[in-house]
Design a protein around this ligand. Structure first.
Ligand SMILES: *Cc1c(COP(=O)(O)O)cnc(C)c1O
Length: 432
């Protein structure tokens, strides 16, 4: 009886079992500079587990080769115009590393920015074998350049990578490569004369094998760019959200909403554009017949409200059903609020529905709402439209609620070095 039951459970949990296997195999990657086949694709899914597999190399930032661009070739645009064009303006350099199932990771290269070349049959172009990360580099008011908790981005990228059967790597090595790019490009593209400014870092991994068979790619490319991105944290009048159309969901339980894979984003644009045409900035994604509030666009979502008993709560969707992305910003908000608003505001991670929110609004209990993510930072939400009902959210502190403003201020101070904090990682910049 028992063995039968176990195998049934295993069959039911195939995805999480597969992920657990892959994650368990990752320690072999961590200093996998020379050890055996376990440090390459590191699993049996590609069928390369026999003893004859050659030694595979792990991703190794210490092997980084550097080819510098002509620093006079491209000028740094003004912040005001840097994001007005139709193309993202990147810095002078990018980092790349390739992976092959027979050899593992190549020595990473830091080299002049330029197009990458793919065969038309490359896996990523057909089967969405792509995942990415987004984090910022901040030029501090003290002149130093910082990243904010980049270890969390690197770990999340490994998780996303494994979820779509791309090769594993040691997240610490990815973090070093991100730092290396900023060490080279920081001084020119985010100079100390622009304190309070940021650049956006975009690491990505794609499946590059030129083979139309539906299978885990046997070749991959990791690349990192740094670019300008507009400030989006303070739209005039606050961010306006529209709930998703009833016939569309962003992610589902059993899906991959928790992974930063490209496949989550393209299909969401249809609803987003429709909302934009109606004057709303982002979709508030609801889930299930109950209408659980999950995320605001590609940001996590928080509401501050009063319970019927009069207690102040800061509520956000939970991570345990793997529906939403485990945002670095979300996690930081939760941790900071628990530490610094203790006794004043209770932080609650639980499922809550749009009906609860509408009810709270009707009873005058909605205090604040905000979106939280790297791109939008902490962005006050002023309105939520659900079907024909409008929730108008107070902005007691000018263009923000007071708790939203407090949390935003704390995060800003850590990012820009006004507060020395272990979350702010200083980039050791090359002397120019
Ligand atoms: C990237 C992202 C977030 C925010 O994550 P951060 O780590 O805070 O930038 C939230 N939701 C989705 C769907 C995302 O893609």
């Amino acid at each position: 009886m028992l063995p039968q039951k176990r195998s049934a459970e295993e069959a039911e949990d195939l995805t999480s079992t597969a992920m657990e296997h892959k994650i368990a195999e990752q320690p072999a990657l961590s200093n996998g500079k020379t050890n055996g086949h376990a440090n390459g694709h590191s699993n049996g899914t590609n069928g390369h587990t026999n003893g004859t597999t050659p030694t595979l190399a792990g991703l190794d930032a210490s092997k980084l080769t550097i080819t510098l661009a002509d620093p006079t070739a491209r000028a740094v645009p003004d912040e005001a115009t840097a994001c007005t064009g139709t193309e993202t303006i990147c810095t002078d350099h990018m980092v790349t590393a390739t992976w092959k199932y027979t050899t593992g990771w190549s020595a990473p290269e830091l080299k002049p920015l330029g197009p990458i070349s793919l065969h038309p049959t490359a896996s990523v172009l057909h089967y969405a074998t792509e995942c990415f990360e987004g984090l910022k580099a901040y030029r501090g008011h003290d002149g130093r350049l910082r990243l904010f908790r980049p270890d969390l981005n690197a770990k999340r990228m490994l998780m996303s990578t494994l979820r779509i059967s791309l090769p594993g790597f040691d997240p610490a090595e990815l973090e070093k490569l991100i730092l290396a790019l900023m060490a080279v490009d920081g001084a020119k593209w985010l100079p100390p004369s622009r304190p309070g400014s940021f650049l956006y870092l975009r690491p990505a991994v794609i499946g590059t094998q030129a083979q139309l068979g539906v299978q885990a790619p046997k070749e991959a490319l990791l690349f990192i760019t740094a670019s300008f991105m507009p400030r989006m944290d303070a739209p005039a009048g606050g961010m306006k959200l529209h709930t998703n159309p009833e016939d569309m969901v962003r992610a589902w339980v059993g899906g991959f909403g928790y992974a930063k894979v490209g496949a989550n984003y393209g299909p969401s644009l249809l609803a987003t554009n429709e909302a934009r045409e109606r004057g709303f900035g982002q979709i508030l994604w609801l889930y299930g017949p109950e209408g659980y509030c999950t995320e605001a666009g590609a940001s996590n979502f928080f509401v501050v409200w009063r319970t019927r008993e009069g207690a102040l709560q800061m509520i956000t969707a939970p991570l345990d059903d793997k529906l939403i992305l485990d945002g670095v910003t979300r996690r930081s908000v939760v941790e900071l609020a628990r530490e610094r608003l203790q006794g004043e505001v209770e932080v609650v991670e639980r499922k809550y529905t749009i009906d609860e929110l509408v009810e709270a609004d009707k009873e005058g209990r909605v205090v604040e709402a905000f979106a939280a993510g790297t791109a939008f930072f902490i962005c006050p939400v002023s309105q939520i439209r659900h079907r024909d009902y409008d929730i108008h959210i107070p902005m007691v502190k000018g263009e923000s609620g007071q708790y939203t403003a407090k949390i935003k201020g704390w995060m800003h101070d850590i990012m820009y070095g006004n507060e020395q904090h272990p979350w702010g990682i200083v980039v050791e910049e090359k002397q120019q």
